[in-house]
Design a binder for this molecule. Structure first.
Ligand SMILES: CCCCCCCCCC(=O)SCCNC(=O)CCNC(=O)[C@H](O)C(C)(C)COP(=O)(O)OP(=O)(O)OC[C@H]1O[C@@H](n2cnc3c(N)ncnc32)[C@H](O)[C@@H]1OP(=O)(O)O
Length: 136
C-alpha cells in the first residue's frame, strides 16, 4: 500500500510515512479512493496486530477531505478511540507530509477474532458453494 516506515508512539498510536504510487492513480495526479480506503483498512488492522490481538474490520467510514496527490510524501496515523468488549473503534488519518493538512479521515469498527475465524470462513465458503443455506 506504499508504506515506507512505521513507528509506534508511547501512547500506542501508530504513525506511517507512505506515498501513493502511479499504479493507484484514480484521476489526473490523484489517488484512487479505493487505495485510500485500503490504507485505512491496513493501518487500523495493524494497530490491533501491534496490540497482539487479531481483529477484522466490520465497518469502515472514510471521509475524503481533499484529493490525495500521487508521488508525494504522505503521513498517516491510527489510534484506538474506544473499546467496548471485543469491539474496537479505531480512527485513522492521512496527511500531506509537507503541510500536515489532513486529506482523509476514517473511523473503523474492529471486531476481535481468534485464528479459527479463517477456518470458519473456509468452512462457510464450502457450504455456500455446495448450495446449502450458507448460515455460518
Ligand atoms: C501483518 C500485516 C497485518 C496487516 C493488518 C491488515 C489487517 C487487514 C484486516 C482486513 O482486511 S479485515 C477484511 C475485511 N473484513 C472482513 O473480511 C470481515 C468480514 N466480516 C466478518 O467476518 C463478520 O461480519 C464480523 C467478524 C466482522 C462480525 O461477525 P459477527 O457479527 O458474527 O461477530 P460477532 O457476533 O462476534 O459480533 C461481535 C459484535 O460486533 C458487532 N458487529 C459486527 N459487525 C458489525 C458492524 N458491521 N457494525 C456494527 N456492529 C457490528 C455485533 O453486532 C456484535 O455486537 P455485540 O457484541 O454488541 O452483540
Amino acid at each position: 500500500m506504499g508504506m515506507e516506515e512505521e513507528t509506534l508512539a508511547a501512547d500506542g498510536s501508530a504513525h506511517y510515512r507512505l506515498r501513493c504510487g502511479p499504479e493507484h492513480e484514480g484521476g489526473p495526479g490523484v489517488a484512487h479512493g479505493g487505495w485510500i480506503s485500503g490504507v485505512f483498512v491496513e493501518i487500523v488492522g495493524h494497530l490491533a496486530v501491534q496490540m497482539e490481538q487479531l481483529a477484522v474490520t466490520g465497518a469502515l467510514s472514510v471521509t475524503y477531505r481533499k484529493p490525495v496527490p500521487i508521488n508525494r510524501p504522505l503521513t498517516a496515523r491510527a489510534w484506538l478511540a474506544g473499546k467496548d468488549g471485543g469491539k474496537w473503534t479505531v480512527e485513522g488519518s492521512i496527511h500531506l507530509a509537507s503541510s500536515g493538512t489532513e486529506l482523509a479521515h476514517a473511523t473503523a469498527l474492529l471486531v476481535e477474532r481468534e485464528m479459527s475465524h479463517y477456518t470458519r470462513a473456509r468452512e462457510w465458503l464450502g457450504r455456500e458453494e455446495a448450495g446449502s443455506d450458507g448460515t455460518a
